[in-house]
Design a protein around this ligand. Structure first.
Ligand code: FNR
Length: 340
């Protein structure tokens, strides 16, 4: 099967696989405050995230790695929507474009479409320092996402098996690439131990990419003759992973994985995140309803975020951090056993 065909398969499976009925953000309720003190029209949603100045805490997360006209069109549409709404955007893995220069245009189109926007490059943990630099240069990126996806690789028949040298090569990238690094998961979440190791390596931005949304165990199992379904529910749910990883004041957590709307995003910030990303659900809107619907969806996420801010008297997203909330069910058990 060609790489381009594999990527399109991925997209189809990623937007169509069965979602869990339960989303762990529903185990969290924010304490409503009746007395409003702010003017909705004056609310600001800009956010400083470590070295990054974002006009919104929301961003379009990494999707559609690999070449082909179809992925190039998708990237151009995502970039146009990000430009129109003033949000950041991560491109999908650039690893195959680093090996096949004819695929570079799939990514270059993102910077061409949105010359002034915040754009994150994306490579795997196997990338060398030279490859990481080239990925950044390809799209004049503001930061570099380095994704960790061990379980996805293990389920893929053609996936990587040897991770014994990954930390060594990641350290070279962290030390030498020259733009902020965002180490990221792809839907299995990050633990406190992972965050601590990354912190010791000098990483100051992570995207915890937790369980609850796009599920790469299910996506890859849809492509296997004999599914390894026992791992379909592996991983740390997104809210739990935010609680696990907000351990250092100067380590900035982006939340992603199953974020459905601006209220989930506000909850992520309340738990300590500095930003939140959506991938699969945005792609689904784009593929099924088109670019205008995607733009409307992003506007709605901002509106929901601002309604939550208004109700909690938070004049900026940063003011949401630490407001009162209550946990139930799975998240309360996680909190009791792991956090306190
Ligand atoms: C992804 N994701 C992803 N992540 C990454 O770091 N590099 C990549 O190349 C890709 N590719 C990719 C393709 C498709 C089709 C999807 C839907 C997702 C993972 C993505 O950035 C995100 O971490 C997860 O999808 C979880 O977020 P959602 O989808 O639940 O909002």
């Amino acid at each position: 099967m060609s790489r381009a065909k594999r990527k399109i398969d991925h997209i189809r499976h990623a937007i169509s696989h069965e979602r869990d009925l339960h989303n762990h953000f529903d185990d969290m309720e924010v304490v409503h405050q009746s007395i409003a003190r702010l003017n909705f029209d004056e609310l600001k949603i800009g956010m400083k995230v470590g070295e990054l100045n974002l006009s919104s805490p929301f961003f379009v997360n990494a999707m559609t790695g690999g070449g082909g006209e179809e992925t190039k069109t998708i990237n151009a549409q995502l970039a146009a929507a990000a430009k129109e709404t003033g949000v950041g955007m991560a491109v999908g893995s650039q690893m195959s474009a680093l090996k096949n220069p004819e695929e570079r245009k799939t990514y270059e189109v993102v910077r061409e479409t949105n010359p002034e926007g915040i754009i994150f490059a994306n490579v795997g943990t196997e990338a060398s320092l030279e490859q990481a630099r080239e990925a950044v240069e390809m799209i004049d990126a503001d930061a570099l996402q380095v994704h960790m996806n061990t379980l996805q690789e293990l389920i893929m028949p053609e996936g990587d098996r040897d991770f014994s040298k990954r930390l060594t090569s990641m350290q070279k990238v962290i030390d030498g690439v020259g733009v902020p690094i965002i180490v990221k998961e792809v839907g299995y979440g990050m633990s406190r131990e992972t965050a601590e190791t990354l912190y010791q390596m000098g990483v100051r931005h992570i995207d915890i990419g937790g369980r609850g949304g796009t599920n790469f165990s299910k996506v890859e199992n849809m492509r296997r003759e004999r599914a390894l379904s026992s791992f379909n529910n592996w991983g740390i749910p997104t809210p739990a992973s935010i609680m696990e990883t907000t351990i250092h004041q100067d380590m900035y957590v982006f939340a992603s994985g199953g974020i459905r709307n601006g209220l989930d995003g506000a909850k992520a910030i309340i738990l300590g995140a500095y930003g939140f990303g959506m991938a699969g659900s945005l792609l689904k809107v784009l593929m099924n309803e088109g670019q205008n619907a995607l733009i409307e969806t992003i506007h709605q996420v901002h509106q929901e975020l601002k309604i939550a801010m208004m109700l909690l008297n938070a004049s900026s997203p940063a003011d949401l951090q630490g407001v009162e909330y209550v946990l139930y069910g799975h998240m309360k058990e996680w909190y009791d056993q792991r956090i306190h």
